[in-house]
Design a protein around this ligand. Structure first.
Ligand code: ATP
Ligand code: MG
Length: 527
């Protein structure tokens, strides 16, 4: 640390190019950041830290977005205060993380709560040491042992050793446009790597030598795709040297833990530009090979059902609404579930265990054993398990279904199925009405349906054989007397269906409360 400090002093005195880029401060006339896009809570966190005598800046993706005139979806703050110092300054602040400890400063409560992540400037360690202290799971114990000297002379990995000056913190970030700091009080952007110029030139450029930076952390390959897709609409292109090692570096991803890849894949699909992401993957020759489930998403993005789900996700991100990865993945894997289910029904299995077994099989084959994904898996399961229950609209069933915590997501899923002709639109409309109605009106809706069905058995029997077969596969539908087409590929297939389609209404009206993919809210809760 002392040696580095002296090195820097010498570099400063002799005018030698500093190792970590030259600090540039840019004022509002040049960066033109709109102060109204800055989150108040981020502002107050920076203010509190500075009042206490520390350095503090908005950092990373938020500065990038501000510079591009976009409203950042979240704000991170970087400071030279230690996590303990940060924590002591805020009423509700929590230190998280074991090795790289960061502080979550929490504002508000319940669903509306907001977290500002505050991290202490980190030292730039050479790649080996960086991996060792980051606790990267792919670093083996023996590798770690060999690296300790890079971290600490005593051979121990000391947590506090990772703190460093701002210039080092900047150098360990990935892209030049992600490595800027914004002081919202002085309205100054601090830039060490030409991020401002690159933002103007619409250039996606990796700091340092791109090939080594991908080697250091292969997840940066996926991040590159993410930012390219997110920023394509603004005209961003890769700097050639940043792009060329991407494909050859792909095998490095084999060393990355599955859970991290899974998370990165989800981020890739939730930029609000998922279709652009898929195009980007194809252009880069990476349509296959990042992660099996992602390969499948790319492949299935051609199917109307999956495409509709991706578009729905993009729309929600664009409207600043929360997106549920469980919903998207449930859509992507639905054709597998349906096939497995129908195979079992054909073997005369009882419908519910058949569906359950089919789901288990899909989890086994497509998702694998990703620890810590319990909630996501449970949500997917619920969305699927509720599908046949929509067919039963008699007695108390609809009343209890609508009260299920995941009703809304399951309904939206069914609405998408109706949109592609897999389910009768009349059924989706009925549920929409039912979920939004008062109890009294709900009783009427069920009664009216009962009367209608009493009048209908004759015409139903007269339907073509293909449909009877479809209905045989769906005992839940038989009970309720509804038609369920038998196509299994999510494309609408060739099963007969009613084509009384009603377009999805625009945002905010399309589904109960307009909250496609909505979380655990009831169907009558508009947002
Ligand atoms: P988004 O808007 O999608 O959140 P982001 O740039 O904020 O994009 P984050 O994953 O939130 O991305 O990371 C915050 C910042 O941390 C980045 O801008 C970058 O400076 C740094 N960073 C994150 N992951 C890495 C990585 N793997 N290697 C280097 N720097 C990283
Ligand atoms: Mg971010």
């Amino acid at each position: 640390m002392i040696k580095k400090f002296i090195d820097n002093l010498i570099a400063g005195a002799t005018g030698r190019k500093p190792r970590f880029g030259k600090r540039q401060e840019v004022g509002p006339e040049q960066h033109a950041i709109d102060p109204t896009l800055v989150d108040e809570r981020a502002l107050s966190v920076v203010h509190t830290l500075k009042e206490a005598g520390h350095e503090a800046y908005i950092v990373g993706g938020a500065v990038r977005d501000l510079l591009l005139g976009l409203r950042p979806k979240d704000f991170d703050v970087a400071t030279n205060a230690t996590p303990e110092q940060v924590k002591s300054l805020f009423r509700r602040a929590f230190i998280i993380g074991r090795r790289f400890r960061i502080v979550h400063v929490v504002f508000g409560r319940g669903r509306e709560h907001e977290v500002i992540e505050v991290s202490t400037f980190r030292a730039y360690l050479d790649s080996a040491a960086a991996e060792a202290v980051s606790g990267n799971e792919r670093t083996s114990k023996s590798e770690l042992a060999g690296m300790h000297h890079a971290v600490d002379a005593s051979g121990r990995v000391l947590r506090d050793n990772v703190w460093g000056p701002q210039e080092e913190d900047a150098a360990r970030r990935d892209f030049t446009i992600n490595a800027m700091y914004y002081d919202p009080e002085r309205r100054i952007v601090v830039d060490y790597h030409g991020g401002i110029t690159d933002a103007k030139k619409r250039l996606l450029r990796m700091i340092g030598d791109p090939a080594s930076r991908y080697r250091e952390d292969p997840v940066r390959i996926i991040r590159a795709v993410r930012f390219a897709a997110k920023l394509a609409a603004l005209g961003f292109k890769f700097e050639p040297k940043t792009k060329s090692p991407l494909l050859p570096s792909l095998p490095l991803l084999n060393e990355v833990p599955q859970s991290r890849l899974f998370d990165e894949m989800l981020k890739l699909l939730q930029t609000g530009h998922s279709l652009a992401t898929i195009e980007q993957l194809k252009t880069l020759g990476m349509a296959k090979g990042i992660y099996p489930l992602l390969d499948l998403v790319v492949e299935r993005a051609e199917l109307p059902f999956v495409r509709a789900a991706l578009q729905d996700t993009d729309r929600r991100v664009g409207e600043d609404k929360p997106v549920a990865p469980s919903f998207l993945l449930a859509c992507v894997l639905w054709s597998d579930v349906r096939e497995g289910w129908q195979d079992r029904l054909a073997r005369r299995m009882h419908p519910f265990p058949a569906l359950q077994e089919a789901i288990d099989e899909v989890f086994e084959s497509r998702i694998g054993d990703i620890s810590g994904r319990g909630k996501l898996g449970a949500d997917m399961r619920e969305i699927w398990m509720m599908q046949p229950r929509f067919e039963k609209r008699t007695g108390h069933t609809p009343f209890s279904l609508v009260e299920q915590p995941r009703f809304r997501a399951a309904f939206d899923f069914m609405r998408l199925r109706a949109d592609v002709g897999e389910v009768d639109v009349v059924l989706a409309d009925w549920w929409q009405e039912f979920s939004q109605a008062s109890d009294l009106v709900r009783e009427d809706l069920v009664a009216a349906l009962r009367d209608e069905q009493k009048k209908q058995p004759r015409t139903r029997r007269a339907k073509p054989a293909a449909q009877d077969e479809a209905r045989d596969l769906q005992p839940a539908a038989r009970e309720a007397g509804d038609s369920v087409p038998a196509d299994t590929d999510g494309t609408g297939g060739d099963a007969p269906r009613k084509r009384r389609r009603r377009r999805r209404k625009p945002a905010g009206q399309g589904s109960p409360g307009g909250d496609a993919q909505g979380g655990a809210r009831s169907g009558t809760d508009p947002d």
